[in-house]
Design a protein around this ligand. Structure first.
Ligand code: ATP
Ligand code: MG
Length: 413
């Protein structure tokens, strides 16, 4: 499912009201009956609503579903994308949509622009889409999944990521600037850098290695474990070293800077799987993060550190002796509750979205995953009892937290 924004400018505000009506109805109806759409859209008169419905269905923002009991519509991922994009545009966070630069297993990454022309990143969470390997083991689970749940879970992932990015950024960690969150999407600053995975040579592997280990320990000191600290989620920026700055003018191109004067600055991304240092499996996650870096440096740069560890025991000791602000607790208080965290964690485990999902010994090069568009199509026509019915309460919580999170917007956008 790619974001295709072409049709957005042809939609009227009525179309958007109807689309929002289908969204509202989807929270507790697997298939939203037409009269309910009409009612929820808040529009008077039938023919306008019907025209909008047929417009929206034509461009696949909603899909017609024939149910055993009644006919109606359900929201598609495309429809949810448009609602989020429309909200970002209204809030002047996004002016235009550019290229999609990444298709992850659980997200799409799109370059967008602000009206000032500056580029930003729109990350669209898609928790319904999972790798081929995990589909096999979870097929049954997926069949019972409702529209309500993929929308809800993707939204939780976006809320969680935004809340953590914000807390980290404010406490001096090297992460993108979080700009806005809406539904299953977040907007953040674009980091002009490549992932570590694409970097074939590092002048001083030891320096970068210890900086990364420092970062893992520093996260722990603030009560956090990233949980997916790997070569895909570390972007490596190149900067002129502070000590060498006087040798160059501010507009010297990096290509003209001597290798020994360039400093590599890691920027950490991708936070939906972060856990607290008090998590039941904290030690496992911590060790996995550390070993990921160790293994990668050995394989790619033939670098093995003489310093053992760091171990979880060390990290904990550090954390007890000289704790930073408890960001795990701060995030909980900011609106992403413990209950939501648990729900999201369980879902991510069930669909195999727990981390980037790359296994030990997996082929290093060309590990492009085979992917299957699952998700949206499943479960909608089976007339299964609706999970979303029972999650009405939860939905209200999310609504409130989301508003709380919106209040946290970091940049003036
Ligand atoms: N703020 C950003 N600036 C520049 N590039 C980014 C940014 N955020 C993400 N990317 C690019 O998109 C890729 C995927 O982003 P991210 O890790 O957040 O998503 P993901 O769901 O984990 O995807 P995957 O399953 O591929 O790991 C990154 O490896 C990076 O190349
Ligand atoms: Mg990633």
């Amino acid at each position: 499912m790619k974001l295709d924004p072409k049709a957005i400018r042809y939609l009227t505000s009525e179309d958007f009201k109807v689309l929002a009506g289908v969204e509202a109805g989807s929270r507790n109806h697997e298939v939203v009956p037409t009269p309910l759409i009409s009612q929820l859209s808040g529009l008077r008169g039938g023919s306008g609503v019907h025209r909008s419905i047929s417009n929206l269905a034509k461009i696949n923002l909603i899909a017609k579903v024939k149910n055993s009991k009644y006919d109606g519509y359900r929201l598609t991922y495309g429809g949810l994308d448009y609602l989020a994009l429309n909200a970002h545009q209204k809030q002047k966070v996004v002016y235009s949509v550019g290229n999609q630069i990444g298709v992850g297993k659980e997200s799409d990454i799109v370059v967008v622009a602000h009206s000032s022309g500056s580029q930003r990143i729109l990350k669209i969470h898609r928790l319904g889409r999972i790798s081929f390997r995990t589909v096999k083991t979870n097929r049954d689970y997926l069949r019972h999944r409702s529209t309500g749940s993929w929308m809800y879970m993707s939204r939780l992932a976006a809320m969680k990521e935004f809340a953590f990015m914000k807390a980290l950024r404010e406490n001096g960690f090297s992460v993108p600037e979080p700009i806005a969150q809406n539904r299953h999407t977040i907007v953040m600053s674009l980091i002009d850098a490549f992932p570590l995975r694409q970097i074939s040579k590092v002048p001083n592997p030891e320096g970068l290695y210890s900086e990364l280990m420092e970062m893992i320990l520093e996260l722990a000191r603030f009560g956090l474990i990233h949980g997916d600290f790997n070569e895909f989620n570390l972007l490596i920026k190149e900067e002129v070293d502070a000590d060498a700055r006087e040798k160059y003018t501010p507009d010297t191109k990096l290509d003209d800077v001597a290798d020994e004067d360039i400093r590599l600055v890691p920027v950490l991304i991708d936070f939906p799987q972060m856990v607290s240092i008090d998590h039941m499996n904290a030690e496992m996650y911590f060790d996995r993060d550390v070993n990921c870096v160790k293994r990668y440096f050995q394989r790619k740069f033939h670098f093995v550190s003489e310093v053992p560890g760091p171990t979880f025991a060390q990290a904990r000791k550090n954390f007890m002796k000289n704790p930073g602000k408890r960001l795990d607790i701060e995030v909980e208080a900011s609106g992403f509750s413990r209950k939501m965290a648990r729900e999201l964690e369980k879902y991510m485990q069930d669909v195999g979205a727990d981390g980037d999902g790359r296994e030990d010994g997996e082929d290093e090069e060309g590990s492009e995953e085979e992917e299957e568009e699952s998700g949206e199509e499943s479960g909608s026509e089976t007339g299964e009892p609706n999970e979303a019915e029972s999650s009405k309460e939860a939905d209200k919580d999310v609504e409130e937290s989301s508003q709380q999170l919106e209040g946290l917007k970091v940049s003036g956008a």
